[in-house]
Structures are given as C-alpha cells and as structure tokens.
Design a protein. Structure first.
Length: 257
C-alpha cells in the first residue's frame, strides 16, 4: 500500500519563504482547489491519503516533503533551512512514527527534504541555501548501515535539488542540465526538460504513472515519448510559493493490513 501524507494549504501561504522568485499574489482558494485535485490524482493512482490539519500560522506547511525523508528502513526528520519552518516537524513526526523508525537531523546541520533525491540505493542531496554539508554527513551516518550511497550534489539557480532533477524510476531521471551536472548523477538515463520549460524537472512517480505540472506540456511529451504514462495536474498557485509536485506529499509504502 502506498501512503501519501499531505497537509492543506495555510491561509497564510502568501507569507511563504521565497528565495528565487519575486513575491506575487496567491489566490488561496485556487491554491486549495489545485491541492485538492492533486490529492485526488494521488488517490486515483492508488494512494491512501493521510491529510494533516491545516496549520494557519505556518505559511509553507503545505509543502510537507521538506520536513522528512521517508526510506523503506527509516524516516529522517529534517531540520529545515528556513527557521520559520521548523515548527512543522512535530505533526509530521507523530504521523510517521507508526510506520517507520525515526531519526533526526540536528543542529548545526540544515536539510530540506526537497534537496533529497533517492534513485535506487543512491541518495543525492543538494548543497543549497536550505541544506548543507553538516546535514549531509549526518544523513550519511543515519542511512549507512542500510546500504545507501549518499552524495552531496551542487545545484545552480533554483531552490532545491528536486527543482533541478527528479527520478522517473531507479534508472531514469528528468532534469534541467543548466541547474545540475549530469555527471554528478551516476550512470543513468537522463531526459532533459524542454528548454522553454526550465522548471519542469519536478515530477512525481506513482506506480507506473508520472505526474507532471500542467504548465509544462512539452516536457510531458518528452517523458511520454520515453515510454512513461503521463498525467498532468495544475499547481500554478502553489508554484508562486516556490512549491512543486513533489513538495506537496510524502509518499511511502507500507504493508497492507
């Protein structure tokens, strides 16, 4: 069974943290509608949705991915690079505790889950304004006994590593080569985003289907041409908060009961 942990859109999302985008008005009602449609797409693809209560005082809290990295063996509770996001952790911890052993990134390390790309037994962690080498060293220690190879990966011109590259399967990546070096990602098949769609590398794989943001039809065509089933979802309002598809859920498998 595939679980999708989500959280509703905060009414304060307009006060979100921004690093690479200019602040523009966010229509909260539209953002909520888009988020609900995103959850519906996940449910339609077989996920069991575990929706956390809205956090009115935490503007970025819809982006649950940044607060934890859930592997088969352990869930790593992060220490987000933006201090304003650290109060998001307690509810995520409570939600994940029944499913996984928990480990935590501690001070002085900082880590956002959006910087963590898992492809097979390789874990690439972006070195960004939100994640640093101290946290990468901690993460390597946490997962080392489970056979993962952890790599620090340089990122350019975007918030997170997964703004530059995500996995279509264990052996195939979709990426923006202007934001991350292909040579840093191992011997995998790489599909480049359409040059007119620089933000299109953030996609979500659910079983045999890849969710792609509706704003990126040309990249969706490239992914489909590579043999993947593609479904598009609209997240334009969430994108104004530097959010993307992977940001809005924590996906992990559990044994059916």
């Amino acid at each position: 069974m595939l679980i999708a942990v989500t959280r509703g859109v905060s009414p304060a999302i307009a006060d979100c943290e921004l690093t690479h985008l200019e602040r523009t008005p966010i229509d909260v009602d539209t953002a909520r509608e888009q988020h609900t449609a995103y959850e519906a797409a996940l449910a339609d693809l077989g996920c069991r949705i575990e929706r956390l209560p809205v956090e009115p005082g935490l503007p970025d809290s819809v982006f649950v991915e940044d607060v934890a990295v859930v592997l088969d063996e352990v869930a790593v509770i992060t220490r987000p690079g933006a201090e304003s996001r650290r109060d998001e952790r307690s509810s995520i911890e409570r939600t994940l505790a029944p499913y996984r052993l928990l480990a935590r990134i501690t001070s002085p390390g900082i880590l956002d889950g959006g910087d963590v790309l898992v492809a097979g037994r390789d874990v690439h962690i972006g070195i960004t304004s939100r994640s640093d080498l101290a946290a990468i060293d901690q993460f390597r220690t946490i997962v080392g006994d489970h056979g993962y190879r952890v790599h620090g990966t340089a990122v350019r011109g975007c918030l997170h590593l997964k703004s530059a590259v995500t996995a279509l399967d264990d052996d195939t990546l979709v990426l923006n080569p202007d934001r991350v070096d292909v040579g840093d990602l191992g011997d995998r098949r790489c599909i480049s985003v359409d040059p007119s769609e620089p933000d299109a590398a953030n996609v979500v794989r659910v079983g045999g289907t890849v969710l792609v943001a509706a704003a990126f039809p040309h990249t969706a065509e490239r992914i489909s041409a590579a043999g993947f089933t593609v479904r598009t979802v609209e997240v334009s309002e969430l994108a104004k908060a530097e959010g993307a598809l992977t940001c809005c859920s924590l996906l992990f498998e559990v044994s059916a009961t």
